[in-house]
Ligand binder design. Structure first.
Ligand SMILES: [Zn+2]
Length: 112
């Protein structure tokens, strides 16, 4: 369910927006503009070098993305602080995920 006024999402059994006191409408996501992009992670990269190569391909294909480094693992292990030990994840909008994964796999040689 969705509030037509503030666009908050509610569970299906609710009938009224808690903030606006407006009747909720049931709306399929397809009918609505998506307020935020849905970000999906690509296959993880074993090191920033691969991630950088993949990012360049995404740039060339006009696919937006952002990086996320796995710093948590490196905080507890000396070995993991080397560049090659870093796990780098790239997030892309969900609608570009298939294409982005194909581009990424051409960099890493990994099968999806
Ligand atoms: Zn509302």
């Amino acid at each position: 369910m969705l509030c037509p006024k503030c666009h908050s999402e509610y569970l299906d059994h609710l009938k009224e927006c808690g903030d606006c006191k407006t009747d909720l409408i049931s709306a399929s996501p397809i009918d609505l503009p998506i307020p935020e992009m849905m970000w999906s992670p690509l296959i993880p990269f074993d090191g920033k070098i691969y991630a950088d190569m993949a990012a360049e391909l995404l740039d060339n294909n006009s696919i937006p993305y952002y990086f996320k480094m796995d710093w948590a693992s490196s905080a507890f292990s000396i070995e993991a602080t080397t560049i090659t030990g870093q796990i780098v994840r790239i997030f892309v909008p969900k609608e570009h995920l298939d294409k982005a994964n194909r581009l990424a796999s051409s960099v890493t040689g990994k099968r999806i």
